[in-house]
Design a protein around this ligand. Structure first.
Ligand SMILES: Cc1cc2nc3c(=O)[nH]c(=O)nc-3n(C[C@H](O)[C@H](O)[C@H](O)COP(=O)(O)OP(=O)(O)OC[C@H]3O[C@@H](n4cnc5c(N)ncnc54)[C@H](O)[C@@H]3O)c2cc1C
Length: 261
């Protein structure tokens, strides 16, 4: 499609904007929330993502996708980035990128893996590791909209120290009977835990999720293998495939000597 033929809104979403880092919050020893000021940000839905582009002085550039971690708030957007050892982009964003520094972003991107406060169905969210990021945006959007749509969130993490937003989730679930949060640990369990570390099983999804005849919308996000296993398990316990929305956090983006897109 020629650039001139793109509808205005699409052109706006594909345009790179210069964002500046306004604030950081460490979520775990290896994951950091970046609060960015993006002048002219058009707003977004929870579940959408952005592309982030870094460009070196010699023109070398790398681009990666990151989910938006919170609902739209004027010109501010939040991302949470997990440091991938040896990665090109995430170590920079989590260790070097400093308040006041610029970065290019474009978006919002995605129209299927989204939750709108007007959606009436119960919601099941299933997160593997950093896959909680867009699901947390949905939890936060529900709270901002004072929605009473019942949410159940199941988080699978390696250890208690790997759960992002832990205090906020604990408080949100305590204060709101419409939000249930269930944790599952695959490598290290808390001291008081009664079961050994293990991966999520269909029985866990049946127990902590919704019965299929409640016709919930299910959102599953995380590494590709996790998403595929959970989506299969949801179908196995009776959920309709068309009610299961997935987002895979596999390797993303591209790197070019001089990326001009
Ligand atoms: C739709 C979408 C949304 C995403 N949202 C988020 C988000 O909110 N937060 C977040 O932290 N990441 C997110 N990611 C992943 C992110 O785009 C990058 O892939 C990640 O930050 C690694 O980039 P890198 O440049 O550091 O590593 P790279 O230089 O790209 O890769 C280094 C090595 O790590 C492997 N690798 C790359 N990505 C991953 C990964 N995700 N898991 C395991 N191994 C990997 C590569 O195969 C390679 O071997 C998302 C990906 C997609 C597709």
């Amino acid at each position: 499609m020629a650039g001139a033929a793109l509808p205005g809104r699409l052109r706006e979403r594909l345009a790179w904007r210069v964002a500046r880092l306004a604030e950081v919050r460490d979520e775990t020893p290896t994951a950091r929330t970046l609060v960015l000021d993006v002048p002219g940000w058009p707003g977004h839905l929870s579940g959408q993502r952005v592309d982030v582009r870094l460009t070196a002085a010699d023109g070398y550039s790398a681009r990666r996708s990151y989910s938006l971690a919170a609902p739209a708030a004027g010109d501010r957007v939040e991302l949470t980035v997990q440091r991938v050892p040896g990665g090109e982009v995430s170590p920079y964003l989590t260790e070097i990128f400093s308040v006041g520094d610029p970065v290019e972003i474009r978006g919002p991107i995605g129209g299927w893996f989204v939750w709108r406060p007007a959606d009436p169905e119960p919601v099941l969210l299933v997160a593997g590791g950093s896959g909680i990021v867009p699901l947390m945006a949905m939890v936060r959007a529900r709270r901002s909209a004072a929605s009473r749509v019942p949410f159940r969130l199941i988080c699978s993490v390696r250890s208690p120290a790997d759960l992002y937003y832990a205090d906020e989730l604990r408080e949100a679930a305590r204060a709101d009977p419409g939000l249930d949060v269930t944790r599952c640990y695959t490598r290290v369990v808390p001291d008081h835990w009664t079961s050994p570390p293990r991966r999520l099983r269909p029985a866990d999804l049946a127990e902590a999720g919704w019965p299929p005849d409640f016709t919930p919308t299910c959102y599953v996000c995380g590494p590709t293998g996790f998403v595929e296993a959970v989506a299969d398990a949801l179908v196995e316990i009776g959920h309709e495939p068309e009610r299961i929305r997935t987002e895979r956090f596999g390797p993303s983006g591209s790197s070019h000597p001089a990326d001009t897109t």
